[in-house]
Design a protein around this ligand. Structure first.
Ligand code: SAM
Ligand code: SF4
Length: 350
């Protein structure tokens, strides 16, 4: 039941590296993008991401240290990875994150660093992030109603997040808003959220809820899939037009006449974009996931802590990427562990 374009049409990189050095899977998809989860801890408890009581967070020594991450990023950069997204958990709850970002910025080959954050602590760092030349911030915001925000995130941090939103705009940091559709809990926010793109130059993206909330209440179907979201937007904004996006984009974006920004959908549950996927993930456990829906296929942390030299680690990555699944359906099938309990997105990094 795949809805996926499996043609291996990922965009060619401008990288000067020969193909023999690059991470290319057996379908010809080239990997130039890593999502790095720097912690599994978080100051919110979003209902789609983790249980209300939280989780057993990893002890500090089970997270990659920043120097391990630096070494890893150097290895990945030498294999053609030029784009990094820092995520978590909440990246800004990890002490030392700004020093790490400064070092990452100096790293040869890393051309683009962006961050996904819930915005609670982020405001104070924006000026420095701007100076560092951060490519952009994805801010998670699931409701513009204080009460609904509280129900979803289970923390009273609406003001801090909105302050971060306005400050990022004032600082002219490219800003995307991520809103996860939690069924009818926040579907009333779709249109007000889309209207943000009229008032501000932001990309508002509506994300299908995926089955990673750290409980046994997984999703087998969605009542708000990307088609329904698009239909709802089209009804409210009749002039809405598809925008031409990079072939590797996971979001399908639209312009609306008179709007400064755009709206978009991310069909993360329907998995419409696997055919051009150019990304891998390093989870906060320090494992490699070549697909969001797969199990952690390679224990990178153990490798980094062993005597393995850089070329052994490169080879392990190459092998694992070559074996990559065709799509998220195949990966999910392989990852079923029988417990029925899903991993939390705060471990995976989104
Ligand atoms: N804490 C940061 C934040 O919330 O932006 C970064 C980590 S969070 C795991 C990364 C992204 O994953 C966020 O945009 C969040 O909304 C999204 N996410 C988390 N759980 C999800 C789920 N079950 N389905 C879809 N998106 C999810
Ligand atoms: Fe924390 Fe982000 Fe997960 Fe919300 S989505 S609980 S902010 S990691």
């Amino acid at each position: 039941m795949s809805h996926i374009n499996t043609a291996a049409t990922a965009a060619p990189l401008s990288s000067p590296l020969p193909d023999s050095r690059m991470l290319i899977d057996r379908f010809g998809r080239r990997i130039n993008y890593v999502r790095l989860a720097v912690t599994d801890r978080c100051n919110l408890r979003c209902a789609y991401c983790m249980p209300e009581k939280g989780m057993r967070f990893l002890p500090n020594d089970q997270l990659l240290s920043f120097s391990e991450m630096e070494r890893l990023m150097g290895i990945l950069a030498s294999l053609g990875v030029d784009k990094v997204r820092i995520t978590g958990g909440e990246p800004f709850v990890r002490p030392g994150i700004m020093d790490f970002l400064r070092r990452l910025r100096q790293m040869e080959g890393i051309r683009q660093i962006s961050i996904t954050t819930n915005g609670v602590l982020t405001g104070q760092y924006l000026a420095e992030l701007k100076d560092l030349g951060i490519a952009g911030i994805n801010l998670s915001l699931d409701s513009l109603e204080r009460e609904r925000f509280l129900r979803i995130t289970r923390r009273d941090a609406f003001d801090e997040v909105m302050a971060c939103f306005h400050r990022a705009l004032d600082d002219e940091i490219p800003l995307k808003i991520n809103m996860v559709l939690m069924g009818d809990l926040n579907s009333a926010d779709i249109i007000p959220m889309a209207r943000l793109s009229k008032a501000y130059p932001v990309e508002v993206r509506f994300i299908e809820e995926m089955p990673f909330n750290g409980t046994d209440q997984g999703k087998s179907r969605l009542n708000w899939d990307y088609r329904r979201i698009i239909r709802t937007l089209e009804e409210a904004f009749p002039g809405m037009q598809p925008r031409e996006d990079a072939p590797t984009s996971t979001s399908q974006n639209f312009t609306i006449p008179g709007h400064r920004g755009t709206v978009g959908v991310i069909a993360g549950f329907s998995r419409t974009f696997c055919g051009t996927c150019n990304r891998i993930r390093i989870t906060s456990r320090g494992t490699l996931k070549t697909c969001l829906y797969g199990k952690g296929e390679l224990d990178v942390k153990a490798l980094l802590r062993s005597r393995a030299d850089d070329s052994a680690i490169e080879n392990a990555f190459r092998l694992q990427v070559r074996r990559r699944f065709k799509d998220g359906w195949e990966a999910e099938q392989d990852a079923r562990d029988g417990t029925g309990v899903s991993e939390s997105m705060s471990v995976i990094g989104g």
